[in-house]
Design a protein around this ligand. Structure first.
Ligand code: HEM
Length: 513
């Protein structure tokens, strides 16, 4: 017994010594390579505790308190408001955080960077292999499969939007005498709305969650819960595997069952044999039909459709909620937008495809919303090989920064979009008019950039524009009904949603006031 435990102790001691030596050698090698490449290190944000995880813990606490993106700004500003790139050692690894558009350009354009394993492995149990979780040739295959579908005009379907919008409005009855709805939280309604439109667009069959009364059986509740787990896995980075509960697996299984059923049905009824009658869904575009013409692999069909569902549903629902959140707090902006919509279209639904170009003010509002709250507040990449970032090193931050292979680089979009030097002194203000003259470059990439740029950008913007224009036609006033301190709470669930929801009451335009 004594000999066995001594042996184990000896082995552990050797392992520890080897790890320390290896890490020291790696550091020395990296230092030499950095110097040879003319790089200087960026400022370092060190943990204050022995394990070296205090920054990670602080950031998780801030996320829990709905102020994760603001925490990143505070931390970088604490080094210096002019410091835009930092190194953060965490336990036994280091990450780089940069809010510098010049660095973002390289991170999203250079073949030296791609998405990290952390992202791949955090998402894998829910999504499997597909466009969002793959790199290299596997990703290229997914992108080639999906991309042509987004180039089609027919994916924008006003009839589909209108149908589900009527269901949403059915949840907001107005008082016949006053024309006011009761106070309602629009956020969950928008998430259901986008689930219903997205499932119809993707699978040809809608979940119709706006018409269901049992919240627990609702697919959206499984999505929401699964994403909370994924978010926690992502935050733990290389320790993602610690978050793998039975509950998480059950949510994933329910979602898979939903998609598998639709895929099996589609494979049993190939697209050519479907009815051409749009009433039966046969003549309408749906993604699954199109993909099933390219592949009959049920797993691939399930994965790619779920990837698009995840990528498009919550982001668009979230953006819709935030636009209404700001319109309710800025009555003059709402009044201006409403008059422009009525002037252009009267009470008729706008043409989906031209709405964006016909009412630029609506686009400014959407861009300003994306800037102020950043639907996706944080993006990331990993160095596939030893490489450099163009800026952030040295005392003035102008030197190149050496990024060793395997280093994860975080790009906090919120922090980049809240830099006074890039956006002006009124950076914290919601002011759509700034977009009249602001021509965005790499400091504004809410849909990502480079090879992996969002496939649904146009689609998402169109859907949001259409719904907001229809709200402007139906209602002449939106009142903010939120109680409390009025702080913008950025609730992180991969995307940023309002932590207090979107509490409003609406006044129907046709009613007497
Ligand atoms: C308003 C809403 C949206 C926002 C803010 C948004 C944002 C983003 C961002 C930031 C990325 C890049 C991720 C990265 O760099 O790693 C991305 C990728 C993607 N988005 Fe969106 N998105 C939105 C709507 C949509 C919609 C409506 C769809 C589809 C219906 C969609 C489909 C995708 C897909 C498939 C990718 C993966 C591209 C790839 O990795 O090659 N997105 N989106």
């Amino acid at each position: 017994m004594f000999r066995y435990s001594t042996g184990v102790f000896f082995l552990l001691a050797v392992l520890l010594a080897w790890t320390i030596v290896k890490s020291k050698l790696k550091k020395r090698r990296n230092k030499a390579k950095a110097a040879a490449l003319g790089c200087l290190p960026p400022p370092e944000l060190r943990s204050t505790n022995l394990i070296g995880n205090s920054i990670l813990r602080e950031s998780m606490k801030a996320t829990k308190e709905d102020r994760g993106p603001q925490y990143v700004v505070e931390k970088m500003d604490s080094v210096s408001p002019d410091c835009h790139t930092i190194k953060v050692p965490i336990i036994d690894y280091e990450i780089v955080v940069t809010r510098d558009p010049e660095n973002a350009k390289v991170l999203f354009s250079s073949p030296d960077f791609d998405i990290s394993h952390t992202r791949q492995l955090s998402w894998m149990p829910l999504l499997g292999k597909g466009i969002f979780t793959s790199r290299g040739d596997t990703w290229k295959h997914s992108r080639a499969l999906l991309r042509p579908q987004f180039a089609r005009e027919m994916i924008s379907d006003p009839q589909l939007e209108e149908h589900h919008l009527q269901n949403l409005w059915g949840k907001l009855p107005a008082d016949a005498a006053t024309g006011w709805t009761a106070t309602a939280d629009l956020a969950p309604l928008f998430f259901k709305f986008t689930l219903d439109t997205a499932t119809e667009f993707i699978f040809g069959t809608s979940t119709n969650s706006l018409q269901q009364s049992d919240e627990k059986k609702d697919l959206s509740s499984h999505f929401n819960a699964a994403k909370v787990w994924i978010d926690k896995r992502g935050a733990l980075a290389k320790f993602y595997w610690l978050m793998n509960s039975k509950e998480f697996k059950e949510h994933c299984a329910t979602i898979h069952k939903f998609a598998d059923g639709l895929v099996a049905d589609r494979l049993a009824h190939p697209p050519e044999k479907l009815s051409a009658d749009p009433e039966k869904g046969g003549g309408r575009f749906n993604l699954l039909n199109e993909l099933a013409k390219e592949t009959q692999d049920p797993r691939e069909l399930r994965n790619e459709t779920l990837h698009v569902l995840i990528a498009g549903r919550d982001t668009t629902g979230c953006l819709l909620g935030w636009v209404m959140y700001f319109l309710a707090r800025h009555p003059a902006v709402f009044a201006k937008l409403r008059s422009l919509i009525l002037e252009r279209f009267g009470e008729h639904p706008a043409d989906f495809r031209t709405l964006n170009s016909q009412v630029p003010y609506l686009q400014w509002i959407i861009s300003e919303t994306l800037r102020v709250v950043t639907v996706i507040p944080l993006n990331e990449r990993i160095a596939l090989r030893d490489t450099v970032l163009p800026r952030g090193g040295g005392p003035d931050g102008k030197a190149r920064v050496f990024v060793p292979e395997g280093t994860q680089v975080l790009i906090p979009l919120y922090a980049m979009q809240h830099r006074k030097d890039l956006w002006g002194d009124d950076v914290e203000e919601f002011r759509p008019e700034r977009w009249e003259s602001h021509r965005p470059g790499w400091e504004f990439i809410p849909f990502g950039a480079g090879a992996r740029k969002c496939l649904g950008q146009q689609f998402g913007r169109q859907e949001v524009s259409y719904v907001i224009s229809r709200f402007c036609q139906k209602y002449d006033r939106i009142e903010n009904m939120e109680q409390g301190d009025g702080r913008v709470r950025l609730h992180h669930a991969i995307e940023n949603r309002s932590g207090t929801g979107v509490q409003v009451r609406l006044h129907e335009a046709k009613a007497a006031s």
